[in-house]
Structures are given as structure tokens and as C-alpha cells.
Design a binder for this molecule. Structure first.
Ligand code: PRX
Length: 633
């Protein structure tokens, strides 16, 4: 993989200028020199943000798994591709070489075919962080089936919504999963989800926790016996550059989750190139991203990016607190991890436990540290830098999104310094713009605005599955000819970006994107709830936490049991990650004269920042504000 040689800021600017002045030449050179194509492209880029339509490498044909696996076999066949570290530290870790990965992906792909899965079919993957998860993702890609991985922490209801939205034909799951001291019964969640799904023809079940589960005859199949019988040769299906590779759901501020569609060639080129240059991967390194493959970070930077580079990628099944808060650092020591990529929420949680959990471990193998998913506060950045990186590892604070497919703004190690809480400078080819409230671009430095991107990049999502209109409205309608990220950002005096947070009704809790509308919908299902509003407020560990203001139909029902019931409903509809941290019962919610809830006021109350609530006299019911404030936490 091409590693651009940037040794200082001047060279960054030279390379960056080239990438934005001649993007087609820039990306075509990378694409040509670093990947295996079955047919070259006829057009590098075709785009129009007003439709919106974007295609990269039109006319080209390829299969991403040949680029992830087959081409490494001759030189790196025996190199470890996936290093699996189980939940229980006393269980052995498993090193899967490129050769073995090739066989296991092919066997799995043949099982998919034997169950009638064809190119273009959607396959839902609902698995814990075990090797079968990465292998099933690659097996889908091998035969051109579109994978839709659903994070295994989502509830049955959230799972069925996602299965139905993209008409999946198959679900791949396991009898259960281990997460710290807990076990999760995934198969029973799948069983209840499937009560609401008509299109599923088969369910493949991997064995992990050896629990008793119900198998539905003719629909459910244990995976292992099928794999044993399957051939380990499977020719890779020829894919067009713009054939969908996967769908991944992300929360929106309103309505159902959005199935972001990523396509094959552009995603491949960008995921691989960013991985190489941001993590500066060298052949003997062991790279570890602690995310779950159920999120985009896991797709791009546990599976595709690393494997495209022939890297060794570590997959961890467990949680940072099990069996104790030293687990991450014991794994770094055990496997001599070189690059470590995690979320600020994990850093804050681990920092809180003190240095006793860190100092016993040898972290000298670390070369580069990364963060992703939410803004990192300066305190956490310094703790990470001082105690984990020992002041010698560059920190890459990488800003990006499910929609962007790959890292968009990030420091590039050893070429310019990171700055606490700043994602710093755009990656090659990325053209950010800050916009003001009137829709004009704010030029110059030391400014703040809404973050847009004004030129296509190879790994951008091409549409929302089944709803191109929503894609257009969500991302391309706020600002003419620009992709709107939903984030606010500032650009400092040196042109470095700091992401200030969401400007819509998405709240990022412990690095997970949560839309307020689906949570409110879940609460409103309670028979005693009249209406509700969810806002975020600052939280020392989670970054943001959820505060629910709930109006009841009968105020004499005010009980703690009701609070528990509300959180149970949320858990059932979405998953435990969306449970509220605080619930306040209110006699009413502040509304505009047109009946819209004034979330701005609720946000301030939840954040205990009530010195300036602005003009509330124009509200329909200004009197409720005082009462809410008095009763707030
Ligand atoms: O608000 C930004 C925040 O996470 C959002 C994207 O979330 P998701 O699609 O789940 O993808 C997360 C992993 C790529 C963004 O709109 N975000 C992500 N990275 C950062 C961040 N906020 C600040 N700094 C970051 N490094």
C-alpha cells in the first residue's frame, strides 16, 4: 500500500493540495497501484450533489475479498490475519492466518450459497465479537451478498426493524455471547425478532456459549456441521465498482434508523488508504481497534482496512472492565500491540480507575494511539498521552461517521502534532467547509460553524437503502451542493478543526449515536405517558447522557416503578444502550405557539446551565419552565 511520505506540515500541505486540485488523478493513482482489479474503470468520478449521485471507478470490476485475502496468500499466507482474544483471559487466544482465513471464508461462502443466498441478497449478521463475525462479513462479500451487521446489543424490536427495512433473507447469529461476567442469549432475541419478519428463509447459528436453544426445523441450522461439509474453494463473484457492499444502520434525528449503503470500490480504496496512512501500519505490527464490528469503526478499521493492508488485526470479545480494569493493557502487553484505537468514553472510564490498573503492564510496544466516536476532552487526551502513550505515541483523534465510511479529519502521525481535543486537518481529498446560519460558507480561520464537505470522496455512502429521497433531504438539502454532516466545528487560527458536537437531535452516548425520536416513541408507548422529550447533558464518563422529561396522563402515578418501566420499554424497543440516566416527571413541556417542544430550554435545564434561557415569554406555556427548573436534578 502506498504510504505517503509526509514528514512535516509543509509536506502535508503539498500533498493535500495535490489531492484536492486533481482528485481524479490522485485517487486513480492509489487505486491502480494498490489493488487487484478484474477490469479497470472507464471513469474515475462521476458526481452531482443535487441528485445526489456519486460514483467512483465506474466500469471497474473487482472483488474486495480477493484484495483482503487472496493477494496476500503468496507472501503472507502464514501471517496472522485475525488475532482473536476471548472474553475469558484464561481461554486461549486464536491466531487465524491469511491462509486459514481464505479457507474459512470460502467454506462460509459456500454455506451461504447452499442456503440459496445470491449476489445482491441481504444477509443480517447478529453476532458477538467472535471470528465468525468477521468471517461471515467476508463470506457475504465473497459472493456479492450485501451484509447488514446489527450490533448484538440491540433489542429484538430494533433487530426486526432492521431486518425488514432491507428485506434480509437470512440471519447469521450464535446461541449467545460472552460479555464480561454476563452471557447474552442472542438466539432467543433473534427468535422473538423473527416473529415480526416474513422474509427470513434461514438462520445460521454458531455455537459459542453452548446454551440450550430452540431450533426451528427447516429454518435454523447449526453452522459448524455445514462448514465441515463445505468446500474451502469458492470463486470470488465479480462485482461492479458501485455494487453495494454493505448496509449499516445509523440513528437519525427523526424516524426509523437509516440504512446507509456503501459500495465496493470507492469504499475499499479509501478504507485501505486511510488505514495505512493514519495508523502507519508496518508489516510486523499488531493493530487493535476495540470497537465492535457492529459499528462502522469495526467494519472499516477492524475488518476491511487492516486486511486490505495485509495487517494483523486483533478482535477482542470482551469488555474493558473484565476481569478487571487492566484488561485492555494486559492485552496490549500480551500481544505487543503497536496501534491502539478506542473511544474517549473508554479512556475516561479507565482513567477513573486510577493508575494501579495501568502500571503493572508493559505498554512499550505501542507506537500510535487513536480515538474515535465523540469529542475527546483535554483531560482524557492528556491521560491517554501521558499514561498510555508515555508521551511518545502520536494520538490520532479521528473524526468521521457511518456515512463517510472512512476517517475524514485526523492528525497524520509524525508529520504534524496532534492538539488535545482537535481532530486537526482534513485527510487527503477531503474538502471541509464551515457554514453560517444563512447558508454561506465561512472562510478564514478562527471561526465556527456547521460542518459540511463540498466534494465527494471515494467511501461516502451512496444512498439510504430504499429511500434516496431521505438521503437527499438529510444530507444534501441544508446547504446547496454540499454534504451536511450534522456536526458543528470550529477552525482555529492554524486551520485545525475541533468538532464541537451534533447540531441536530442525535445524542452521542458513550460513543453510540442515538436519535431522540425513537427513544421518545418507545416511552410514549407506556399507557400512562402523555408525551416526552429527551435531551443530552454532559456526563463525566459517557460524554453525554440522556435526560428524559416525561409528562404523565395521571400525575398520581408518579413512582419509581414507572421510571423502571419506562427504561424497560426503551431496552425492549431499542436496547439497553438507550436507557435514560435521569427521568423527570413534568406537568407539561415548554412549547412554541405552534406546538413544537423547545428542546433548547430543556437542554439547558438538563445541563444545569439556566443562567440564560433566552426569551421564554413567547412560549405557549412559559409557566412550566419554572416548575421544571425547580424539580430538575
Ligand atoms: O458527532 C460526530 C461523532 O460521531 C458522529 C458519527 O457517529 P457514527 O456514525 O456512529 O460513527 C462513529 C464512528 C466513526 C459524528 O457525526 N464523532 C465521531 N468521531 C469524532 C466525533 N466527534 C468528535 N471527534 C471525533 N473524533
Amino acid at each position: 500500500m502506498i504510504n505517503f511520505e509526509i514528514k512535516n506540515l509543509k509536506e502535508y500541505h503539498e500533498n493535500y493540495s495535490e489531492s484536492v486540485e486533481n482528485p481524479e488523478v490522485f485517487w486513480a493513482t492509489i487505486a491502480k497501484e494498490n489493488f487487484t482489479w478484474k477490469r479497470p474503470w472507464t471513469q474515475v468520478l462521476d458526481w452531482d450533489f443535487s441528485i445526489p449521485n456519486v460514483s467512483w471507478f465506474k466500469g471497474a470490476q473487482l472483488n474486495i475479498t480477493e484484495n483482503c485475502i487472496d493477494r496476500h496468500l503468496i507472501i503472507n499466507g502464514n501471517k496472522t490475519a485475525i488475532l482473536f482474544e476471548p472474553n475469558n483471559p484464561n481461554d486461549p487466544s486464536e491466531a487465524i492466518s491469511y491462509k486459514e482465513l481464505h479457507k474459512r471464508v470460502n467454506q462460509f461462502a459456500n454455506v451461504l450459497k447452499s442456503k440459496g443466498i445470491q449476489k445482491g441478497d441481504r444477509v443480517c449478521i447478529y453476532l458477538p465479537m467472535i471470528p465468525e463475525l468477521a468471517i461471515s462479513v467476508l463470506a457475504c462479500a465473497r459472493i456479492g451478498a450485501i451484509h447488514s451487521v446489527v450490533f448484538a446489543g440491540f433489542s429484538a424490536s430494533a433487530l426486526s426493524t432492521r431486518i425488514n427495512d432491507c428485506d434480509c433473507k437470512m440471519v447469521i447469529t450464535s446461541d449467545g455471547g460472552f460479555r464480561g461476567a454476563k452471557t447474552i442469549n442472542l438466539k432467543s432475541i433473534v427468535d422473538s425478532a423473527l416473529m415480526d419478519c416474513n422474509g427470513i428463509e434461514s438462520v445460521l447459528v454458531a455455537k459459542r456459549i453452548h446454551s440450550d436453544i430452540t431450533m426451528v426445523r427447516g429454518r435454523d441450522f447449526w453452522l459448524e456441521p455445514l462448514l465441515e461439509k463445505a468446500s474451502d474453494e469458492c470463486e470470488a463473484t465479480v462485482m461492479d465498482a458501485e455494487d453495494p457492499l454493505f448496509i449499516l444502520y445509523t440513528s437519525g434525528s427523526t424516524g426509523q434508523p437509516k440504512g446507509m449503503v456503501h459500495t465496493t470500490a470507492g469504499y475499499m480504496v479509501y478504507a485501505a488508504y486511510t488505514f495505512k496512512n493514519i495508523f502507519q501500519y508496518q508489516p510486523k505490527d499488531v493493530y487493535w481497534c476495540t470497537a465492535d464490528i457492529g459499528w462502522i469503526t469495526g467494519h472499516s478499521y477492524i475488518v476491511y482496512g487492516p486486511l486490505l493492508n495485509g495487517a494483523t488485526t486483533l478482535m477482542f470479545e470482551g469488555v474493558p472492565s473484565y476481569p478487571d480494569y487492566g484488561r485492555f493493557w494486559s492485552i496490549v502487553e500480551k500481544h505487543k500491540v503497536s496501534q491502539f484505537y478506542t473511544a474517549p468514553t473508554a479512556i475516561r472510564a479507565l482513567a477513573k480507575e486510577g493508575l494501579d490498573a495501568v502500571t503493572p503492564y508493559d505498554l512499550s510496544s505501542l507506537k500510535i494511539l487513536g480515538t474515535v466516536g465523540e469529542p475527546i476532552n483535554e483531560e482524557a487526551w492528556h491521560w491517554y498521552n501521558d499514561h498510555i502513550g508515555k508521551n511518545k505515541c502520536p494520538i490520532v483523534d479521528t473524526w468521521w461517521q457511518t456515512e463517510t465510511g472512512g476517517i475524514m479529519i485526523s492528525p497524520i502521525p509524525n508529520s504534524f502534532e496532534g492538539k488535545p481535543a482537535f481532530a486537526t486537518l482534513p485527510f487527503m481529498g477531503i474538502q471541509p467547509a464551515l457554514m453560517d446560519e444563512n447558508g454561506n460558507e465561512i472562510k478564514g480561520n478562527s471561526v465556527e460553524g456547521r460542518l459540511c464537505i463540498k466534494f465527494p470522496w471515494p467511501s461516502m455512502a451512496r444512498t439510504i437503502w430504499g429511500n434516496h429521497q431521505r438521503y437527499k433531504e438529510t444530507y444534501f438539502s441544508a446547504y446547496d451542493q454540499k454534504y451536511f454532516t450534522g456536526d458543528g466545528a470550529l477552525r482555529d487560527e492554524n486551520g485545525h478543526y475541533r468538532i464541537t458536537g451534533r447540531v441536530d437531535d442525535v445524542i452521542i452516548v458513550s460513543g453510540h449515536n442515538l436519535g431522540t425520536a425513537p427513544i421518545e416513541d418507545a416511552i410514549n408507548e407506556h399507557p400512562n405517558v402523555a408525551e416526552s422529550a429527551i435531551v443530552g447533558y454532559p456526563h463525566a464518563i459517557k460524554g453525554s447522557a440522556l435526560y428524559g422529561f416525561v409528562t404523565l396522563k395521571n400525575s398520581h402515578d408518579l413512582t419509581d416503578t414507572l421510571k423502571t418501566e419506562i427504561n424497560e420499554l426503551i431496552s425492549k424497543q431499542i436496547g439497553p444502550i438507550a436507557k435514560l440516566d435521569k427521568i423527570q416527571f413534568t406537568s407539561g413541556l415548554p412549547k412554541t405557539r405552534s406546538g413544537k417542544i423547545m428542546r433548547r430550554i430543556l437542554r439547558k435545564i438538563a445541563s444545569q446551565d439556566t443562567s440564560n434561557l433566552g426569551d421564554i415569554s413567547t412560549l405557549l406555556n412559559p409557566e412550566v419552565v419554572d416548575t421544571i427548573m425547580k424539580n430538575s436534578f
